[in-house]
Design a protein around this ligand. Structure first.
Ligand SMILES: Nc1ncnc2c1ncn2[C@@H]1O[C@H](COP(=O)(O)OP(=O)(O)OP(=O)(O)O)[C@@H](O)[C@H]1O
Length: 243
């Protein structure tokens, strides 16, 4: 049984068919890339999976159980966690306190020093060691993304949805981030679905890739195969090469 299955998902916003009859499976333990041009529907798909918006039609199966339309907090409790392209920390709280919030939900028995240590450990994992006491609003964009990831990990998910976590990183930072994404799967045994525009990064980390274009799933498969697909080159990779 697949960890996650999306069946015939459809979502329209006014005149825009953002998602159109999209079906796919996510297998336990894989790192699945989700690519496609701007406006293809990638973030909308995350919003549908996490219950942030409701599908017009279609269903979401989680571990074989239908969870279509489950509220985001309940989807998170069920084991689906996400990061946002536009980060959403509690600005007036410290980094440590920001991580407490999902940790409290996930491990309510963790109290006092133990909770502080676990929060600090997660901040260390995502590259924020030394910034535990900083207010989230004082972080730069890259560190806000790191905090976002620490918060997503603190929820203890089985599936983590990453929305463009590499934007703005230099080469060294990107290498570290790629190692971290691999370790999320290899050490923390989480399944990863990852939206990204940086093709080299997707190619080096993902075992499988889905390609969306104008709300439709136009291709899926191993990265090397997907990159050779004429429809993908026409809809997306040609545009990337021209950029
Ligand atoms: N809440 C909303 N209300 C109206 N239209 C929306 C809403 N959310 C998304 N859309 C539209 O749906 C389409 C898909 O948007 P979406 O953000 O999912 O694309 P994307 O593939 O994630 O793009 P990007 O790579 O630029 O982040 C776009 O045309 C967008 O303008």
């Amino acid at each position: 049984m697949s960890l996650l299955e999306i069946k015939d998902a459809c979502k329209r916003f006014g005149g825009v068919q953002a998602i159109s009859e999209v079906s796919f499976r996510v297998e336990q333990g894989e790192i699945l890339g989700l690519i496609g041009p701007n406006g293809a529907g990638k973030t909308t798909l995350f919003n549908l999976i996490t219950g942030a918006i409701q599908m017009d039609r279609g269903s979401v199966l989680w571990d074989g159980r239908e969870i279509t339309g489950l509220r985001p907090d309940l989807a998170c409790k069920a084991g689906i966690s996400r990061t946002f392209q536009v980060t959403r920390p509690f600005g007036r709280m410290t980094c440590l306190e920001n991580v407490y919030v999902p940790l409290l939900e996930n491990q309510p028995n963790l109290k006092g020093k133990a909770r502080q240590q676990e929060s600090a450990r997660l901040l260390g994992v995502t590259g924020l060691a030394g910034k535990e006491a900083w207010l989230a609003e004082s972080l730069n964009l890259i560190d806000k993304k790191r905090l976002e990831l620490a918060r997503a990990l603190a929820a203890g998910p089985r599936l983590i949805l990453l929305d463009e976590v590499l934007g703005g990183l230099n080469t060294m930072e990107m290498q570290d981030a790629l190692k971290l994404i691999k370790s999320i799967r290899d050490e923390y045994e989480m399944t990863v679905v990852w939206i990204e525009h940086i093709m080299g990064a997707i190619m080096s980390v993902c075992e499988r890739v889905l390609v969306l274009d104008m709300g439709r799933l136009i291709c899926q498969g191993e990265p090397g195969v997907v990159c050779q697909d004429p429809a993908v080159i026409e809809a997306y990779l040609g545009e990337q090469a021209d950029a």
